[in-house]
Design a protein around this ligand. Sequence first.
Ligand code: HEC
Ligand code: HEC
Length: 259
Amino acid sequence: MPVGEAVQGFSWGQAIGSSLYNRILIFVKRHSDCACKMNKSLTTLLKIVVASATLAAAGAQAQLVGDINAGLARATMCMGCHGIPDYRNSFPEIHRVPMISGQSEPYIFAALQAYQKGERRHPTMRGIAGGLSEQDMANLAAFYAQHNGHAQAPETPPRMPNAVVAGLLERGACISCHGANFSSPTDPSWPKIGGQHADYLFVAMRSYWVEESRVIGRTNPMMRSIVAQFTLQELRLMANYIATVPGELATIPPGRLPR
Ligand code: HEC
Ligand code: HEC
C-alpha cells in the first residue's frame, strides 16, 4: 500500500501517531514474507500505536463540549436514514445504513470530521457533514452516544466464533483495538462494531481497500493495513460473525427521545 499517501490521510493528523504508524507499516512490509513473525510483531507494535493515538485523540476534542438538546434538534436531518430500522442505501452497493444510536461519542465526532475532510468519501455523508460546524458535530455526537436506551454489551460474546473465523479475528488482532466484546474499543474515538449490520460491516471494511477513487473509499491507515491481509470472502465471514455479537448500537425511530 502507498505508505506516504495513507499517512497523509491519517484522521487524527497528530505527528506522534503518524510517524509511529509509518514505521509500523514499513516494518510490516519488510516482514510480510513470514506471516507468523509478522503477526507477533504486529500485535506488539499495535499496542504502541494504540497508546500514542490514545494520547493524541484525547487532546483533539478537548475544547468542545456537546450539548445533547442541540444535538437532538440537529438530528432531525439524520432521522430519515439513521432513524428508520433496516433503511437501505444503494451506494456503492445495497446495504443497510449503520446504526449510530449508542455509538461512542468521540468516534461519531471523528467519523463526521473524516467525511467533512474527505478521508471518508461516501458522497451522501460527505454532503451532510460538509454542512455541519464542529460544534454541531459535538452536539450530534453527544446526542447519539446516549440515544440507545442504555443497552450494555456483555463483557465477552456469548457465542464464540467457529475455528475459521476465530483464526481470522486473531490474524487481524481485531479485539486489541475493538475490545473483547467488539463494543469496548481501546480508544473511545474508535468504533463499537458488535451487533452492527453485517452488510454495513462488510461494505465499511471493503471501503478501506479502495485507493484511487474520488467517490468511494476510506483512508484510515490502521484499517487499511488490516483489511489488506484478507480476501473479500474472509472480510464477509468476519462481518457476519461480528453482527451476531450482542452490542450497544441501535436504530431508534424519530419521536423516541432520549431518557
Ligand atoms: C440520506 C441518508 C443519510 C442521512 C440523511 C444521514 N446519513 Fe449518516 N450515513 C449514511 C450512510 C449510507 C452511511 C455509511 C457511509 C459509508 O459507507 O461510509 C452513514 C454513515 C454515518 C456515520 C458513520 C457511522 C460509522 O459506523 O462509521 C455517522 C457517524 C453518521 N452517518 C452520522 C450522521 C448524522 C449525524 C446525520 C445527520 C446530521 C446523518 N448521518 C445523516 C446515510 C445517511
Ligand atoms: C490498530 C487498531 C485496529 C485494529 C487491529 C482493527 N481495527 Fe477496525 N478500526 C480501527 C479504527 C481506528 C477504525 C475507524 C477508522 C475510520 O475512522 O475510518 C476502525 C474501523 C473498523 C470498521 C468500520 C466501522 C464502522 O462503523 O464504520 C470495521 C467494520 C472494523 N474496523 C473491523 C475490524 C476487524 C474485523 C478487525 C480485525 C480483522 C479490525 N477492525 C482490526 C482500528 C482497528
